[in-house]
Each structure stands twice: as C-alpha cells, then as structure tokens.
Design a protein around this ligand. Structure first.
Ligand code: NAD
Length: 245
C-alpha cells in the first residue's frame, strides 16, 4: 500500500487508536493532520511521526463544535490543495445504566461520537465531491449492537453506521468511498479504564485470546484508504479478533 502524496486528517489522534492510525498512514507516505483537543499528545504524535521520517502537522479541534470541525477540514484542504482521507476516530464514553444516565452523559457522547462525525463529514464531502476523489473511514464500535451500561455510546455508534451507509450511497458516484470499522476490544487508555475483572471477561470473549492493538485497526484503515480498496464502499468491518461473529 502506498499513500504517497495523499493528505489525511485523523481526529482524536493524540493517543490510542487515532495515534496508531496516524502513524500507519504516515508510514505509508501520507501527510497526516493530527487533530485532537489534547495539544501535548497531538504534538507528541507529530514528533514521533517526523522522527520516523514521516510528514505530519497538528490542528487542534474539538469535533463536537461544528465551526472547529469545519475549519479543520476546510483549512487543511485549502493549505494542501486537497483532502484525500478523513478518519473520524475521536470518541469518548460516559457509561451508566440507562435509568441512571443523565442528559449530560447522553449529550456529551452523542455530541462527540455522532455529531462530531457529521461535523467533519459535511465539509469533507463537499470538498471530495469537487475533487471527485476521497476516502472516509469512520470508527464505530462492536457496541453498536447494544451493550449494557452504554446506551449513549451504542446509540451514537449505531448512528455512525447509518451515517456511513447513507454517505456511501450519496458519494459513491463521485469516486468517494465511505466505510466504518468496528474495533472489538483494543488496548488503549479508554479500555485500560475498566476494572481488571471486566478486562479479563472481555478478553475471554475474544476467540484470539488477546485484546487488539491500535496497529491491528490501523492496518485495516490503511487498506480502506488505499487505491487497493477503491471498490469497497459502505461496509462495516469488524476488527476484533472474532469477538463479534
Ligand atoms: P482514547 O480515549 O484512548 O483516545 C481518544 C482520543 O480522542 C483522545 O486523544 C481524545 O483527546 C480525543 N478526543 C476526545 N474527544 C474529542 C473531541 N471532542 N474532539 C477531538 N478529539 C477528541 O480512545 P481509543 O480507545 O483510542 O478510541 C478511539 C476511537 O475508537 C473512539 O471513537 C472509540 O469509541 C473507538 N473504539 C475504541 C475501542 C477500544 O477498544 N479502545 C473499541 C471500539 C471503538
């Protein structure tokens, strides 16, 4: 896979999956815009990429704020004359049982995990339509099928599936593919937040017997972003070691 000359935006790339995705795309030759609200983490990702011979820059952005997401996408395209790849990875969780979940938890998760994806996709789809080329990869989750304590998160991630498939239908004719990934249980700060007992239960449900690594997900995204995947559109791909079959 060769992404030389491609311009990619990765949201939530200061750590975890987003960092792994940004590193992989840069390793394959893309110029990567590392977007996050965490400046220190984003700068560290950038430094790592540059040290390894890649090309990267930081653009601070809260994807839940539509003006910020619009600026991220439009200013990137203006500066580089194109936007080839958009990876919507930024996400949060605010878990609680439904009867205890407050509207703050609901709004926060929907705001980042679903509206945040719309906020970048809207301007990106305009730009990609004009250039008649583009790759959008959205990060959903195996939880979209429903998960105890995650009504807000599952609803947002299911929303991402509907958004992805609709965009795939609308944009396909313009040579733009839109796909979604469902990571299973991946070893990041987000999952390290769960109690050890829950970690062991989660891993016991994975046929491959281990949590995933960010690069396991990044490899799949790199493929979807590449020319080799030019006829894969509107798919939802599980990357979870067989956790969901
Ligand atoms: P993480 O918490 O380790 O990293 C998330 C990153 O997103 C952080 O750098 C954070 O600063 C950034 N972020 C949060 N809110 C933001 C906002 N409003 N605007 C911009 N950036 C923001 O999480 P992770 O495990 O790396 O997860 C990345 C994505 O993968 C999320 O969408 C998550 O829901 C999804 N996912 C993760 C797993 C897993 O097992 N780790 C499984 C399924 C799906």
């Amino acid at each position: 896979m060769d992404l030389t000359g491609k311009v990619a935006v990765v949201t939530g790339a200061a750590r975890g999956l987003g960092k792994g995705i940004a590193e992989k795309l840069a390793e394959l030759g893309a110029h990567v815009v590392i977007s996050d609200m965490n400046e220190e983490g984003a700068e560290a990702t950038k430094e790592e990429i540059i040290t390894n011979g890649g090309r990267a820059e930081v653009f601070l952005c809260n994807v839940a704020v539509k003006e910020e997401a619009k600026r991220l996408v439009e200013e990137t395209a203006q500066k580089h004359g194109r936007l080839d790849i958009l990876v919507n990875n930024a996400g949060i969780n605010r878990d609680s049982m439904l009867h205890k979940m407050d509207h703050g938890q609901w709004d926060a998760v929907l705001g980042v995990n679903l509206t945040g994806v719309f906020n970048t996709m809207k301007p990106a789809s305009q730009i990609m339509r004009e250039q008649e080329h583009g790759r959008i990869v959205n990060i959903s989750s195996a939880s979209w099928l429903g998960n105890v304590g995650q009504a807000n998160y599952a609803a947002a991630k299911a929303g991402v599936v509907g958004l992805t498939k609709t965009a795939a239908r609308e944009l396909g004719k313009k040579n733009i593919t839109v796909n979604a990934i469902c990571p299973g249980f991946i070893d990041t700060d987000m999952t390290r937040g769960v109690p050890e007992k829950v970690w062991d239960i989660m891993v016991s449900k994975i046929p491959m017997g281990r949590a995933g690594k960010p690069e396991d997900v990044a490899n799949c995204i790199a493929f979807l972003a590449s020319d080799q995947a030019s006829y894969i559109n509107g798919e939802l791909i599980n990357v979870g070691g067989g956790m969901v079959l």
